[in-house]
Design a protein around this ligand. Structure first.
Ligand code: GCB
Length: 594
């Protein structure tokens, strides 16, 4: 799926700004047809933003169900004759959209874009009312899963099985954009390297009728380095400058559709990083060189705006990654805004890209999040319908992110149940689907603590062992000698069981900022740093460990609970992005020069 861009044949208009917003606590709007007129009694709300923390009321923060967004915009007169598309970069977790009186589209899944051709629903030059009802409800059949508790007095509470606040709303940009009637609909690129020669295999999908395809690859100075015609083919680049970690060198692929007499019909251009990625035994190779992941799991999370994409925060977070000496991060626990991947492409930061499939695990749900005990997989809980939603989530992730050179590994789930025959039945087709959708990248999932190689039933389906481990925190807190021995023993068991690269997808400890002690104990900044140092010591003893991603980059909001103090405090930065002692320690390890 192509990101909207301005080109010689295309225009785009962001609808970001202040929209009208109404809570629909009683869930009446869909029956009453609230899209038919101006939303009554509406507040103003910024788009993009999570709505939860904006209004200083528990009613909005803890709302369960529908909310309504509405804006009036004018379609430019000069767009007459063009194909006009309405696109939401994200609506969390599901939405129905009306253009004027007409339902235009609907979408499930809170972190991937959806779009609809609205040419016949709008009139260039005229105003148009766009209304979206957005639901934050998670059920056994959504990704991520959850369920809603109903109380006798009519209150509803959303139970989630994941450790971050269920922020919702229009989290990313909403666009109107144009394409010509015949247009470039999609592009799929596969790059390869052979010595100093690079290749870019391309496939162009078109819509709206036949036109001839011509492609030109330009280098960063905009000089053409290769050309081809036809909807699919391969471009060869001599003296290639590869995309590599730390150096996000990008070519530009310009696709042109040409009609009668060679007239330009449509043009679209896409940045291209030429690189390879592959697993070989227990090594993870980027451009055939062993790569070691130094970085962190992140979240889209900040005060006031919740999970909204924000360029200021993005630039600052990347600056802090650089300050730490990190070369990579994981999009825990959902696809991030595509701007983030584009930024990582340009700056040579390596990304593990994750679906929103977090919480497929009843043991964790009951133990950590206070959910009712239930089997993970059953007719009444996670079932074939959930699996289908999961398959769609994988498909939408790959469709959006397949052309980003920064993405080197797909993570199709975080900490699912993985020790039962049911988990194998559930994951076998999903792993196969991920491979079918993208045969060029390795696949993995984040393995939960306790799912050791003797118990785990799904690791053979994947290329990389990604372990989330909390020795010294959830296990033997305050006793790092015991934690160290247990960690070393577990890694040895994985190394004996599989010849696959091992990445630590999570490890860490909470530290409440400002709590210090000379004899470091849990919650102090010193202890957090000592836990990380202990893990790092052990990692250095194993060649098969090819990555360390600390949990987490920054403190983040969670549902209330006795395990959390104003949210999860495992950040090496506070939520305001101030460094804790652990950040300085990591900077010393990762930069070596600090
Ligand atoms: C995990 C989860 C992550 C949590 C973290 C924690 O294993 O993957 O979402 O936030 O542990 O801090 O407990």
């Amino acid at each position: 799926m192509l990101i909207p861009r301005e080109t010689a044949t295309r225009e785009r208009k962001s609808l970001d700004g202040l929209w009208r917003f109404s809570l629909d606590a009683a869930g009446r709007g869909r029956q009453e047809g609230w899209w038919r007129e101006r939303l009554a009694g509406a507040r103003e709300i910024p788009v993009p933003a999570s709505y939860n923390d904006l209004f200083a009321t528990a009613e909005v923060r803890n709302h369960v169900g529908d909310v309504w967004y509405q804006t009036l915009t004018r379609v430019p007169q000069r767009w007459r004759g063009a194909r006009i598309v309405l696109r939401f970069d994200a609506a969390t977790h599901s939405a129905v959209v009306w253009v004027g009186e007409k339902q235009a589209t609907e979408h499930e899944g809170g972190y991937t874009p959806f779009e609809v051709d609205v040419t016949d629903l709008v009139e260039p030059g005229a105003e148009v009312r766009i209304t979206a009802v957005v639901s934050n409800v998670l059920t056994w059949h959504t990704i991520p899963p959850g369920y809603v508790e109903e109380f006798a007095d009519g209150r509803r509470r959303q139970q989630v099985f994941h450790d971050f606040f269920n922020y919702a709303g229009l989290h990313r940009t909403v666009w109107l954009y144009t394409t010509p009637r015949s247009y470039v609909a999609d592009l799929t690129l596969v790059t390869d390297l052979d010595g100093s020669t690079g290749t870019v295999g391309y496939q162009v999908e078109t819509g709206g009728g036949a036109a001839d395809v011509a492609v030109t690859l330009c280098d960063a100075e905009r000089g053409a380095v290769a050309e081809a015609t036809g909807a699919a083919g391969e471009l060869t680049v001599e003296d290639v400058r590869p995309w590599q970690p730390g150096e996000g060198y990008l070519y530009d692929l310009i696709v042109e559709l040409r009609g009668e007499g060679g007239a330009l019909v449509d043009t679209y251009s896409l940045p291209v990083g030429i690189r390879t990625v592959r697993v070989d035994g227990s090594r993870f190779l980027i451009n055939e060189k062993p790569f070691y992941f130094r970085g962190l799991g992140k979240h889209e999370d900040a005060a006031v705006r919740g999970k909204a994409h924000d360029n200021a925060l993005m630039v600052h977070d990347f600056a802090l990654l650089e300050w730490l000496g990190a070369n990579s991060f994981r999009t825990a626990h959902y696809p991030y805004a595509e701007e983030v991947l584009e930024y990582a492409d340009r700056h040579g930061i390596v990304v593990i890209d994750e679906t929103p499939a977090v919480g497929i695990n009843s043991g964790l749900a009951a133990g950590v999040f206070g959910a009712e005990p239930h089997p993970t997989f059953s007719e009444d809980t996670i079932n074939a319908t959930t699996q289908e939603a999961h398959r769609r989530a994988i498909r939408e992730l790959v469709a959006r992110d397949k052309n980003h050179p920064c993405v080197v590994l797909w993570s199709i789930a975080n900490e699912p149940e993985s020790v039962t025959p049911e988990s194998r039945e559930y994951f076998e087709p999903l792993a196969a689907e991920a491979r079918r959708l993208d045969p060029t990248r390795p696949i993995s999932f984040a393995n939960v603590m306790g799912s050791t190689p003797d118990l785990d039933k799904i690791t053979d389906l994947f290329d990389v062992v990604m372990l989330n481990r909390y020795y010294g925190w959830y296990g033997s807190p305050g006793d790092l000698a015991t934690a160290e021995a247990a960690l070393e023993a577990e890694i040895s068991a994985w190394v004996a069981a599989y010849e696959k690269p091992i990445i630590f997808g999570e490890y860490g400890a909470d530290a409440f900022p400002g709590v210090h002690d000379v004899v470091a104990g849990p919650w102090t900044e010193e202890y957090q740093a000592e836990v990380l140092a202990m893990f790092d010591r052990v990692f250095d003893r194993f060649d098969a460990v090819v990555g360390e991603h600390v949990w987490n980059f920054a403190d983040f909001a969670t549902a209330p609970g006795v395990m959390r103090v104003d949210g999860n405090k495992k950040g090496v930065f506070t939520r305001e992005r101030r460094p804790k002692a652990a950040a300085h320690m990591l900077r010393r390890r990762w930069r070596g020069d600090a």
